[in-house]
Design a protein around this ligand. Structure first.
Ligand code: GSH
Length: 263
């Protein structure tokens, strides 16, 4: 093997981070991306490479070594494709970027936790929790960031880490009627999000793809799991999502079947 290969799942936000970084570096065409169907058991050849773990992305380097975890893979590509540098080089600015990056964990958990919730009584609390996350990001950007729209002058490391999730959270608008309020306490983070999702290096997915593929997540079944009465997951590669109808927005009623979802 002479080229690195990334094993990835379509619409996986962690995998998209890698594509964004490579695009920023003008290196996307130097790396092979091999799609894995999350709705089927992982093939044996892949499990052998990962020694049994199933989470993706996984990188197989040009000399056949295996690297897991999206942030570790980003760092590896940052190190082997040195120019242009995407991470900050000044130690303090790098620390700021890293502080922001570590906030992704709670942000992601809040968004996915709300999407997967099946108890209507929990909605208000989950909305509040989500707003708290946005308020914390806003506060961080005001304290440490440039005037805007990005953390520093350009779309960089923190934007690479967060943007896939800003785009996934389109599912909260659709399935939970969530909108980030126009109040001034969210103005800085709103500006950040708008600039991130519009950036040319981050156009690997669309709102329509996210909403159609994440229908089963909205009904409580994540990672390609099958809901009762269904024979295909909304994460299936076939039929192509473009050919499917938009799913029902109501996630607290009886889930739609294969036919209604165009599966
Ligand atoms: N911490 C990991 C998370 C990766 C992850 O959760 N990937 C999901 C897809 S979005 C996955 O592979 N799920 C299937 C599985 O874990 O078997 C990373 O940053 O790479």
């Amino acid at each position: 093997m002479t080229r690195p290969t990334v094993y990835h799942i379509p619409v996986c936000p962690f995998c998209q981070r890698v594509e964004i970084l490579l695009s920023l570096k003008g290196r996307r065409e130097d790396v092979d991306f091999r799609m894995i169907d999350i709705t089927a058991p992982r093939p044996d050849w892949l499990l052998q490479k990962t020694r049994g773990t199933t989470a993706l992305p996984v990188l197989e380097t040009a000399d056949g070594r295996v690297i897991k975890e999206s942030l570790v893979i980003l760092r590896y590509f940052e190190d082997i494709y040195r120019e242009p540098q995407i991470a900050q080089t000044d130690p303090y600015r790098r620390a700021v970027e890293n502080m922001l990056t570590t906030m992704d964990r709670d942000f992601v958990a809040a968004g996915y936790g709300w999407l997967m919730n099946q108890d209507p009584k929990q909605r208000d609390a989950l909305r509040e929790n989500m707003l708290k996350q946005y308020a914390q990001l806003d506060d961080f950007l005001l304290e440490h960031g440039a005037p805007g729209p990005f953390l520093f002058e350009t779309f960089g490391w923190a934007e690479t880490v967060f943007t896939p999730f800003f785009q996934r959270f389109w599912f909260l608008e659709y399935y939970e009627d969530f909108e980030l309020p126009t109040a001034s306490r969210y103005a800085r983070v709103r500006e950040w999000i708008d600039a991130c999702v519009a950036h040319p290096a981050a156009q690997q997915t669309t709102r329509e793809e996210v909403i159609k593929l994440y229908y089963d997540y909205a009904c409580g079944a994540g990672n390609g799991a099958l809901l009762p009465g269904r024979s295909r997951s909304s994460f299936a590669l076939e039929p192509d999502w473009r050919a499917r109808p938009w799913p029902p927005r109501s996630k607290y009623r009886q889930p739609a079947g294969d036919t209604e979802l165009g599966l």
